[in-house]
Design a protein around this ligand. Structure first.
Ligand code: TXA
Ligand code: MG
Length: 365
């Protein structure tokens, strides 16, 4: 059983999960209609988005949203992101749309940007974890958009993983975590971006990034001017740093192994990791090593995996959660990893890596 934060999972909760495969470029209407029917009836459907797979339910139906918390083992004070397919759907769920939000929507929707608004009374507290704000995103993935449109509903969808595990980047990851707990999985292949959307709060001034993602601070500032970043993005949560996105306070994106990252000059880092790996192997532990295409040949032992080339952060992001999951499946005891650059999209990658490692980073000199 995986480590859970907060609520306990009911072990006897088992339903038959339907798995259907369809292609993003040629979606099967029958499959979309079947899934939309499940959503309208208050059921749970996992579907691909361009960031990670989401676990969808009717966002306006409190009982349906509550089922998401139960299936994921998610603490119920952690609000859900509401997914929409067109701007008309937005008007009914928010109180006002600030000018800066309009500019962001025009620039980045559909796409991997979630915007926090003041919520209208139609959105139940069960969907927003009791907050008076609501997080909204218009995804870019065709299967996601067609499913939302066919259902005729705003769809609440957190990442489709068991709470505390890395987010799913393919349908098999969803199946591993949620088979028997949800009604349906739409298998639309591997996602494009691989880490969750950027979250920006426009209810405050200046607007504030609560979670970094593919839409970087630089890109946002080009559209709306200065943007702040929540402290919890770059620091471990402590009594002094309380994140504005409740989800960021939980130990998220966590592999089962004890994960430490090492930063410094590439040759020195590799030598240090090799030494540690050999020591742990001698003690009988299983060790995973996270490297990059540029450095992978420097490692001598352990299960060495490259996240991709340092020249392309998209590849690194896309491989990240899959690699962490594979280490879990292989029951690795220790993961030793390199750090990656933290400019632009790299900020989001390092944010997820730091959280996965519980902020254990050592500088090698
Ligand atoms: O890319 C994504 O955003 C994916 C796909 C499926 O769209 N979804 C996703 O959802 O990552 P989830 O539930 O794993 O993460 C949602 C985050 C949590 O950290 C939550 O606390 C925060 O959004 N959040 C949701 N509503 C909020 C609100 N009203 N105020 C502040 N934070 C909020
Ligand atoms: Mg999540």
């Amino acid at each position: 059983m995986y480590k859970l934060t907060g609520i306990k999972m009911e072990e006897n909760l088992r339903i038959a999960t339907i798995v259907r495969k369809t292609d993003e470029n040629q979606t099967d209407d029958l499959i979309i209609e079947e899934a939309a029917g499940i959503l309208r009836a208050g059921g749970l459907v996992a579907f691909p988005t361009e960031t990670v797979y989401g676990l969808g339910a009717d966002a306006l139906h409190e009982k349906a949203s509550m089922k998401i918390y139960e299936a994921k083992g998610r603490p119920s004070d952690n609000p859900l992101i509401v997914h929409i397919a067109d701007e008309a759907q937005l008007e009914s769920i928010v109180k006002t749309v600030p000018d800066k939000a309009r500019a962001l929507m025009k620039a980045f929707w559909p796409g991997p940007l979630t915007i926090i608004f003041r919520k209208s009374d139609t959105v139940p507290g069960g969907t927003t974890g009791g907050l008076d704000t609501v997080a909204v995103r218009m995804p870019e993935h065709k299967i996601a958009l067609e499913l939302i449109r066919a259902s005729g509903l705003p769809i609440a969808a957190p990442s489709a993983n068991t709470s505390g595990r890395p987010s799913p980047t393919n349908a098999m990851h969803v199946y591993e975590d949620l088979n028997g707990r949800i009604d349906m999985i739409i298998d639309g292949g591997t996602v494009g971006i691989g880490i969750e959307s950027t979250i920006i709060d426009v209810t405050c001034e200046p607007p504030m990034i609560l979670r970094p993602g593919y839409i970087t601070k630089e890109k946002l500032e080009r559209v709306i001017g200065p943007v702040a970043v929540d402290k919890a993005v770059s620091e471990p949560v402590s009594p002094h740093v309380i994140p504005r996105a409740p989800g960021m306070k939980y130990k998220h994106y966590a592999p089962e192994a004890d994960f430490t990252m090492f930063s410094g000059e590439a040759d020195k880092v590799a030598r240090h990791i090799n030494r540690l790996t050999e020591e742990k192997l001698r003690q009988g532990f299983k060790v995973g090593v996270i490297a990059s295409d540029e450095t992978v040949d420097k490692y001598r032992s352990g299960d060495v995996v490259s996240l991709g080339t340092r020249k392309n952060d998209i590849t690194v992001a896309r491989n990240l959660y899959r690699v962490l999951r594979e280490f879990d499946n292989k029951k690795v005891d220790y993961i030793f990893g390199e750090t990656f650059t933290d400019d632009e999209f790299g900020q989001a990658i390092m944010n997820r890596l730091c959280k996965a490692a519980g902020y254990q980073i050592e500088i090698v000199t």
